[in-house]
Design a binder for this molecule. Structure first.
Ligand SMILES: [Zn+2]
Length: 272
């Protein structure tokens, strides 16, 4: 959470600036001799120093420094990264382990034929169950830290060109392949430079899928990642629109690394 320290420093700087405004304006009041002027001046000082100055400074800090270089909050708008990051969804019981199965919602106006495919929060395996008509659970909200360089298995948010976006221009995915590597999927596992690599313990059970109709992903059509290019995949591999279809993603399009999931509170988690 490198961004937090920068955020804290900016907050303290803002407080000091406001205090300085109040002190300077309060000091200038001593030059006034009329009590009416003092009264007006005091209110002006309070208004400028206590409200306007911090608001202006905060706006400038957020738009010029915090959002471009420090951190930004995002709402997750797809279930392609479920169960790690979820959009609105329904919940069922995983037939494999009894855990919580995330069921994506059908698009507006479309009724998915039962049964539906979901992915389990506990065993990370997909299962097909009868469609749920239970309550809709909320989408996750996350903090994106712009101080980190993406590393393998990091969660990132990146810009996607319009032809793929369905109205959303920023996707969340996981870094699977790094610059300079040759990467493909086989038997559910990621292979880097010809060898299968192990998933981190937290992702044990996750299966990646090489779609025959996708442009990339198989041994025959691997990603050959150039300088500054990454392979980004969704955890819910059967449903993700990721580097299998989008191709390698340039570092310039990666906005930052997701370091925390802060909403809903029950799903609070620090990733990095
Ligand atoms: Zn399960």
């Amino acid at each position: 959470m490198r961004a937090l320290s920068l955020l804290l420093a900016l907050f303290v700087a803002n407080l000091l600036f406001s205090a300085a405004c109040l002190w300077l304006l309060g000091r200038s009041l001593k030059l006034s001799r009329l009590s009416f002027v003092r009264f007006l001046g005091a209110w002006l000082a309070l208004f400028l120093g206590g409200v306007i100055a911090p608001a202006v400074v905060s706006t400038v800090l957020v738009s010029a420094i915090i959002r471009p270089y420090c951190c930004e909050a995002f709402r997750i708008r797809a279930n392609s990264m479920a169960p790690t990051l979820v959009d609105e969804h329904r919940v069922a019981v995983c037939p494999r382990c009894g855990g919580q199965l995330i069921l994506p919602l059908p698009p507006p106006g479309v009724r998915h034929p039962a049964p539906e495919e979901g992915i389990c929060c506990a065993c990370l395996r997909t299962s097909t169950v009868d469609a749920s008509d239970g309550p809709i659970a909320p989408a996750d909200r996350v903090i994106l830290d712009k101080q980190y360089e993406p590393a393998r298995w990091d969660l990132v948010i990146f810009n996607v060109s319009d032809e793929f976006t369905d109205g959303h221009v920023k996707f969340a995915k996981r870094v699977v392949g790094m610059p300079g590597e040759k990467v493909f999927i086989e038997d559910g596992r990621i292979h880097v430079n010809g060898k299968p690599i192990d998933l981190p313990a937290a992702l044990h059970g996750l299966q990646y899928v090489a779609f025959p109709d996708a442009e990339f992903g198989s041994r025959e059509t691997p990603w050959r990642l150039g300088t500054g290019e990454y392979c980004l995949l969704g955890d819910f591999s059967n449903r993700a629109k990721d580097s299998r279809f989008l191709g390698p993603v340039s570092r310039d399009d990666i906005l930052g690394v997701i370091t925390a999931r802060y909403w809903p509170p029950a799903r609070w988690k620090v990733f990095k």
